[in-house]
Design a protein around this ligand. Structure first.
Ligand SMILES: O=C[C@H](O)COP(=O)(O)O
Length: 308
């Protein structure tokens, strides 16, 4: 099915959205209590699945060619202690635009361009508070250096002022600039004020062509939280029901423990179904989670076939 994106925003989709804060939080508790995956005998498989869904990220001011090279090597073989048969890779690496060329070279040399995507943040990450023309140039540059996925940030002020049409037009232009690269739209949920804003920003981004909606940059004071994740899942589900298109979800920022990661998998599995738990439709953006998952996987399956 060809995705047709309208030239202007149909604002009727934003009408009458009301999200009950208490009900969202209560529903999260219910979901997690109903699926105590961390107690299940398949727990280690959930952890390995989580590894395969990571966008392995480095977004530091002191990133260099060498640490990006190490990041790519880790993405190619994140669980070196596992048996070949159950080995996996992370879904992507995620870097700043100036490091995209380094990541692309390494992954290309390893002949893994089909298996590991190169994602670049862009558009004045993390604030988005730059002129549109320079934000668009960043996308163009990252794509020309080999990025296959572009993680753009919204200008949060447009959401806070309810300038939905302007927001729509900006995302539309970002989508066009991406060409064949996938567009992930970072909402910056910790700075959007209300769940209604999160829902509406999700909807506007998807209508304008987002392939993924992503919670956070990892640089806000509040990053990926499960209640916000539930609101975004509901937006994705409603968008799918209305248009027939499946948009992906990427929680990012502050996901640091195995339990955090598995809780996100449970949420998506429950709200959107198991078909969403693939790299095409779900990612976890994280810089330090992989080491923790690897340690827990090693501990959980120590010496037991088929993992060693
Ligand atoms: O997109 C990914 C985030 O920037 C990573 O955040 P983190 O360092 O809290 O894992």
């Amino acid at each position: 099915m060809v995705r047709v994106i309208a030239k202007s925003l149909d604002t009727s989709i934003l009408d009458n959205v009301h999200v009950d804060k208490y009900s969202v939080e209560a529903q999260i508790e219910k979901i997690l209590l109903k699926y105590p995956v961390h107690e299940s005998k398949n727990y280690v498989q959930w952890l390995i699945k989580a590894v395969s869904l990571i966008d392995l990220t480095t977004l530091s001011g002191d990133d260099t060619r060498s640490n990006v090279t190490r990041l790519c090597a880790k993405a190619a073989n994140p669980l070196p202690f596992l048996d070949e048969k159950v080995k996996t890779r992370t879904a992507a690496v995620c870097v700043y635009p100036n490091r995209v060329g380094n990541a692309h070279d390494v992954i290309n040399r390893m002949k893994l361009t089909k298996e590991i995507q190169v994602a670049s943040v862009a558009t004045g990450f993390p604030s988005g508070l730059y002129p549109l023309h320079t934000r668009l140039q960043e996308i163009k540059y990252a794509v020309s250096m080999g990025a296959t996925e572009i993680d753009v940030v919204l200008d949060r002020s447009l959401v806070l002022m309810g300038k939905w049409e302007t927001l729509y037009q900006e995302v539309l232009q970002m989508k066009q600039e991406c060409g064949t690269a996938h567009l992930k739209v970072i909402l910056g949920v910790g700075e959007l004020g209300t769940y209604e804003n999160v829902y509406n920003a999700s909807m506007v981004s998807m209508l304008a062509g987002a392939d993924f909606i992503k919670t956070s940059t990892g640089k806000e004071a509040v990053n990926a939280t499960l209640p916000v994740g539930l609101v975004m899942c509901r937006a994705i589900r409603n968008f799918y029901q209305q248009t027939g298109f499946k948009v992906g979800l990427k929680p990012a920022g502050g996901i640091k423990t195995s339990r955090d990661a598995v809780n996100w998998l449970v949420l998506v599995h429950t709200e959107l179904g198991p078909e969403w738990l693939t790299p095409q439709l779900f990612r976890i953006g994280a810089s330090s989670l992989l080491d923790v998952l690897a340690k827990d996987i090693k501990l959980t399956c120590n010496g037991i076939w088929p993992f060693f």
